[in-house]
Design a binder for this molecule. Structure first.
Ligand code: GLC
Length: 481
């Protein structure tokens, strides 16, 4: 069974968040169990992509409104050291994706203004290319809104129907329903000719919504946790009705983590690998962080890793941390991430104000993230929305106890320490008050070192590997073909 994954991100080629991790791991694990899975993504100008060898496998052009856009598809040429475990294809579209950032400019911190045009070009290039395959894929698996028009165009786009794509099953996975990739109808001329009668499928709330369109047109819809699927079906605001209506073809499949990349015993991005003693492992790695971050030793270390945006709850942190430190709480705080320019300013000020107790590195840094999982005591995830969340799983594996809001995938993966099998600390309401209390409970847990270590060890034993989830995806594909 041949499955092609279409994604805007794929680790290690380009990653902005969890989507990259999933697209870089799931295909590998699918291949292990006999599905022939590959990935196609845009050719960004990242260091990793630059360092690979590429062979052009297809060339073509797209009519984007008045613009004639040339593209070519390139395949990563096998190299022992860069073997991903699946064939990787990139779509090279000069002028559109040959930029360093995936979604935003690293220097200005602002998104690219031609998102819609870029996404349409990428999807059309993939479709034209697939249309030329002598042996078509058995399933096309699209991820998030950047690929959301594909199921529609395969069915109703004249070109693609003629190329024999209309009967191929499609799967659409929602990693993040907060972004729909919506654009106005006045950009409809950017789309290739399609059956007019089907035009209504493009629309949601008066605009063209690639995410909603994919939910309507894909043969199967998946979300990255069962909890998140239910949230989408019952209280996701404008999408509730749609997801509820399409529930017969929707399933939640919890993501796994790539246990080869995230292995504390072999991870070369951290100061000290895990050998016999967890204590030694944590101590050495914590020391490495305290050195890199300007923080007091001998206190519980709380970390936040991720995009500094509303859905991740980053805006709660300044008040929660200030309140905690002002009240004499025992702990120091390290932040790693980029996002909201206003939060960058606030964190920069806090660094001075709470020198020794709070520090932030406002950057994207994969290596440092590994180090933080290895050396922290607690990982804070006060998410407003969390479709699955991978960070809590990385944290557990590296002996860091998650402090999470009980939502989406966080609720499905972390049980509170008040229960026998608890591996973390949970809070319910998205508020400074509740998050503050959770941090306070964490500090108390730290004071009881015996219990702290019991919880930590329990978390390190949990199996979140991809094997189970990959099997669920494979079963889903089998249902379709
Ligand atoms: C998105 C979601 C995150 C999920 C990831 C991978 O980044 O916000 O919760 O884990 O996708 O599916």
């Amino acid at each position: 069974m041949k499955v092609i994954h279409v994604s805007a991100e794929c680790y290690p080629a380009a990653k902005a968040g969890g989507l990259g991790d999933v697209a870089g791991a799931l295909p590998k694990y699918l291949n292990k169990i006999g599905t022939d899975a590959s990935v196609v993504m845009p050719k960004y100008q990242t260091k990793w992509i630059h360092a690979q060898h590429w062979t052009v496998v297809h060339q073509g052009h797209i009519q984007l409104g008045q613009e004639n856009v040339y593209f070519n598809i390139q395949k990563q040429t096998y190299r022992e050291k860069a073997d991903l475990g699946f064939p990787l294809y990139v779509v090279d579209i000069p002028g559109k994706y040959d930029r360093e950032g995936v979604y935003m400019d690293a220097y200005t911190g602002y998104g690219y203004k031609d998102e819609t045009e870029r996404a349409i070009c990428f999807q059309l290039a993939v479709l034209y290319w697939m249309g030329t395959w002598a042996e078509k894929p058995d399933v096309v698996h699209c991820h998030d809104h950047h690929t959301g028009l594909i199921p529609f165009l395969m069915k109703y786009g004249f070109h693609f129907r003629d190329m024999g794509l209309s009967h191929i099953p499609t799967v659409f996975t929602i990693h993040n329903g907060e972004y729909q990739g919506a654009f106005r109808w006045n950009k409809m001329h950017l789309l290739p000719p399609f059956e007019m009668m089907a035009g209504g499928l493009l629309e949601w709330n008066g605009v063209i919504s690639p995410l909603a369109c994919a939910v309507k047109c894909a043969w199967k819809v998946t979300t990255v946790s069962q909890g998140y699927l239910e949230e989408l079906q019952y209280h996701s605001g404008s999408l509730t009705w749609l997801l509820n209506n399409e529930r017969h073809k929707s399933v939640g499949i919890l993501n796994g983590i790539d246990t080869a990349v995230w292995n504390p015993a072999t991870d070369h991005l951290i100061e000290k690998q895990l050998a016999r003693s967890v204590d030694t492992f944590k101590k050495a790695n914590k020391a490495a962080i305290l050195k890199r971050y300007n923080l007091d030793p001998n206190r519980p270390l709380f970390t936040f890793i991720g995009r500094l945006v509303g859905e991740k709850g980053a805006q709660l942190l300044p008040e929660v941390i200030s309140n905690f430190l002002n009240a004499g709480g025992n702990g120091s705080f390290a932040v790693l991430g980029t996002g909201d320019p206003h939060l960058h300013e606030v964190f920069a000020q806090m660094k001075h104000h709470y020198s020794g107790r709070f520090d932030a590195k406002l950057e994207y840094n994969e290596g440092l993230a590994h180090q933080l999982y290895a050396g922290s005591d607690f990982l804070m995830m006060p998410s407003k929305v969390e479709p699955c969340g991978l960070n809590q799983m990385y944290a557990l594996r590296y002996g860091t106890i998650p402090v999470v809001r009980a939502i989406g995938g966080l609720k499905d993966t972390i049980q509170d320490i008040g229960f026998e099998d608890g591996t973390g600390i949970r809070f319910d309401h998205f508020s400074v008050h509740d998050c503050f209390n959770a941090i306070r409970r964490a500090a108390m847990l730290y004071d009881n070192q015996d219990f702290f270590k019991t919880v930590r060890n329990r978390g390190m034993q949990v199996d979140f590997s991809w094997d189970r989830s990959a099997q669920e995806y494979q079963n889903l594909y089998k249902e379709l073909v």
